[in-house]
Design a protein around this ligand. Structure first.
Ligand code: PGA
Length: 318
């Protein structure tokens, strides 16, 4: 456990404020040979249009991930005992490709129902957890409790928690460190707001959020990074495969430069934001997209299975 227990025993409630977008601690700037790759991308996004600095630091080495395809279903604050029962039965009867890690994240109160009736083929995640050890924290759920009930994963840093609840980078980083210390895997979410993208700050925002995780976690072994552009979440406005790929490759490059080449290669970088049964195959073909975090479409068993099985288009593309 890398995080001092004293800091966890005295949680920083100042962390629960609306996050601003301070300037990033960028990694060293360099013009890499891959720059031309980005110049050729048919991206309609203004990642650097207003920022010459971003143009200069469009990094990036071409390095595809080596981790197993990973698909998570984030059910958010949806479902009833009945609808979840139906979803579980659809998932239990779905044919799922074997070479995919599949995880679903029900609301806390349904985790027990899901654990007791869902096939072991699919692991269970929580959508959040407390920053440290349980105790007098009304309304919270601790990492220990998640382990106790059979959760393997927890989603942290989701944009709805950052931008609606007001969790900031430091708070999220501490949660990640504590959860990993309890033996949970962490689905670490990052992603920019539309305005930040339009201002050419996409990379800066993602790097800053990544750095907060990197500063906090003792190891990346059990971390999956979910890149979820906020403008694509729940909007039906999915990022194009090229838009997603260019951020994924930048994230991998950041890991390579700031953590290690091994971590960059092994860490799954999954995409989230309006993924569905129709767009998943094209996204999955992208070299640096190692899977998906799915919201709305994960509430439909057959469609979620289609997304899981989009790993086959990755194999064809390879
Ligand atoms: P969405 O949500 O698939 O409904 O856009 C994704 C997410 O929030 O993880």
């Amino acid at each position: 456990m890398a995080v001092a227990s004293t800091s966890l025993a005295c949680p920083q409630f100042s962390g629960l404020r609306r996050s601003s977008c301070p300037k990033l601690d960028s990694p060293p700037l360099s013009i890499s040979t891959a720059q031309s790759f980005f110049q050729n991308l048919d991206s309609h996004l203004r990642l650097s249009s207003s920022s010459p600095r971003n143009k200069a630091c469009r990094p990036v080495v071409a390095m595809a991930g080596s981790g197993k395809f990973f698909v998570g279903g984030n059910w958010k604050c949806n479902g009833t005992k009945e609808s979840i029962g139906k979803l579980i039965s659809d998932l239990n009867s779905a044919m799922l490709e074997s070479d995919v890690d599949v995880v679903v994240a029900p609301p806390f109160i349904y985790i027990d129902q899901v654990k007791s009736s869902l096939t072991d083929r699919i692991e269970v995640s929580a959508q959040n957890c407390w920053i440290g050890k349980g105790g007098a924290f009304t309304g919270e759920i601790s990492g220990e409790q998640l382990k106790d009930i059979g959760c393997k994963w927890v989603i942290l840093g989701h944009s709805e928690r950052r931008h609606i609840i007001g969790e900031d980078d430091e708070f999220i980083g501490k949660k990640a460190a504590y959860a990993l210390g309890q033996g949970l895997g962490v689905i670490a979410c990052i992603g920019e707001l539309l305005q930040q993208r339009e201002e050419g700050k996409t990379f800066d925002v993602c790097y800053k959020q990544l750095k907060a995780f990197a500063d906090a976690v003792p190891s990346w072994d059990d971390v999956v990074i979910a890149y979820e552009p906020v403008w694509a979440i729940g909007t039906g406005k999915v990022a194009t495969p090229q838009q997603a790929q260019e951020v994924h490759v930048a994230v991998r490059d950041w890991l390579s430069k700031n953590v290690s080449a091994e971590v960059a290669s092994k860490t799954r970088i999954i995409y989230g934001g309006s993924v569905n049964g129709s767009n998943c195959a094209d996204l999955a073909k992208q070299e640096d997209i190692d899977g998906f975090l799915v919201g709305g479409a994960s509430l439909k068993g057959p469609e979620f299975a289609t997304i899981v099985n989009s790993v086959t288009s990755k194999k064809v593309a390879a």
